[in-house]
Ligand binder design. Structure first.
Ligand code: SAM
Ligand code: DTB
Ligand code: SF4
Length: 342
């Protein structure tokens, strides 16, 4: 097959048709696309750290850190650089290749940028890839972070444009797109995905993947989160009260598979929600093309599967951690590469 840039002109009808395929056909298609661009049995490991927890002025209906939620979370100030570097050291020792630092901000203040740049430089000097998620960024702020060595910026579209008003009201979809374009222009890689299981319809999931797959360039990394219901959050409470049914596993796997097919070169990350997911469902997600996870027993504020459970699952499935060198080799490869596993 000739090398072509991944398509960014997907239509909603095409994406809806992928969702509607018989499950086996969809998974077969996703596996074929996956094997053309990625190592079939290697999964990238990232570790998260909340560097500034709670008290966020945004009203995201899923989030424990929103000041609008009654999750009981104490608002903290930005962590010291030394404490962040100590946590990064532990992540590296635990085999993680990427360290993602998250802050519960609407946007960073200019006076925070020096400290953030020192964190980036320090984490990078340990040989880890760096990622941050800090809310909206101006072009100047994105430029400063890129210069300091920030490899990835995570900024999620979270859902379809038409469902966004149900998710958050203190910012617009266009605000998100503007930050994504500032990040892209700075040269950093884009990590952008969203959450399923927030009470959205399949049509909304189609609209969500359509928004991602028709960005001017696909995100390098696409986190797919399953809503973690946190008590005291608007959406968490609705799910816990069973007003909303938990997303069906098969529909979740379909979402991962369609993401893989429409964004063939992206790393698709099976993100929040793994702690309450069966091994079987996670295995199907890997088969559907997920090739990245968060390690450790904590995400930002909620629990994660943990190193022991992950090691056991990897052993059962014959999966190996994807190294940063593998990822670089894959990017540099003139032909679709199958790194590390052949
Ligand atoms: N404040 C920044 C922002 O929103 O861009 C960064 C941190 S925010 C916690 C990062 C992402 O985590 C959100 O965009 C959302 O997709 C995901 N997230 C937060 N709470 C979640 C939950 N309870 N369940 C699933 N995903 C969640
Ligand atoms: C993303 O899409 N998922 C991660 C990361 N980006 C920053 C965060 C998940 C957070 C889950 C809820 C919590 O632990 O507070
Ligand atoms: Fe704030 Fe981010 Fe949570 Fe929204 S998702 S409330 S912006 S920390």
């Amino acid at each position: 097959m000739p090398m072509t840039d991944p398509r960014t002109d997907w239509t909603r009808a095409e994406i809806a048709a992928l969702f509607e395929l018989p499950f086996n056909d969809l998974l077969f298609e996703a596996q074929q696309v996956h094997r053309r661009w990625h190592a079939p049995n290697a999964v990238q490991l990232s570790t998260l750290l909340s560097i500034k927890t709670g008290g966020c002025p945004e009203d995201c209906g899923y989030c424990s850190q929103s000041a609008f939620a009654e999750s009981g979370l104490k608002a903290e100030k930005l962590m010291d650089v030394d404490a962040v570097l100590a946590a990064a050291g532990e992540a590296k020792a635990g085999g993680s290749g990427r360290f993602c630092m998250g802050a519960a901000w609407r946007n960073p203040k200019d006076r925070d940028i020096d400290a953030l740049c020192t964190m980036v430089a320090g984490v990078k000097a340990m040989g880890l890839e760096t990622c941050m998620t800090l809310g909206m960024l101006t072009a100047e702020q994105a430029g400063r972070l890129a210069e300091a060595g920030l490899d990835y910026y995570n900024h999620n579209l979270d859902s379809a444009p038409e469902y966004y008003g149900e998710v958050v009201q203190t910012r617009t979809y266009q605000d998100r797109l503007d930050t994504l374009s500032n990040v892209r222009a700075s040269g950093m890689a884009v990590c952008c995905g969203g959450i399923v299981g927030m009470g959205e319809t399949r049509a909304d999931r189609v609209g969500f993947l359509h928004a991602l797959a028709t960005l001017p360039a696909h995100p390098e990394s696409v986190p797919i989160n399953a809503l973690v219901p946190v008590e005291g959050t608007r959406m968490g409470d609705a799910l816990l009260a069973q007003d909303e049914a938990r997303i069906d596993d098969i529909e979740f796997v379909r979402t991962v598979a369609v993401a893989r097919v429409v964004m063939p070169r992206a790393m698709v990350r099976l993100s929040a929600g793994r702690e309450s997911m069966s091994e079987t469902c996670q295995a199907l997600c890997f088969l559907a093309g997920a090739n990245s996870i968060f390690t450790g027993d904590k995400l930002l504020t909620t629990g994660n599967a943990g190193a022991g459970a992950d090691a056991a699952l990897f052993a059962k499935l014959g999966l190996t951690p994807l190294t940063n060198d593998d990822i670089e080799d894959n990017k540099a490869a003139p032909e679709p590469a199958r790194v590390a596993a052949e």
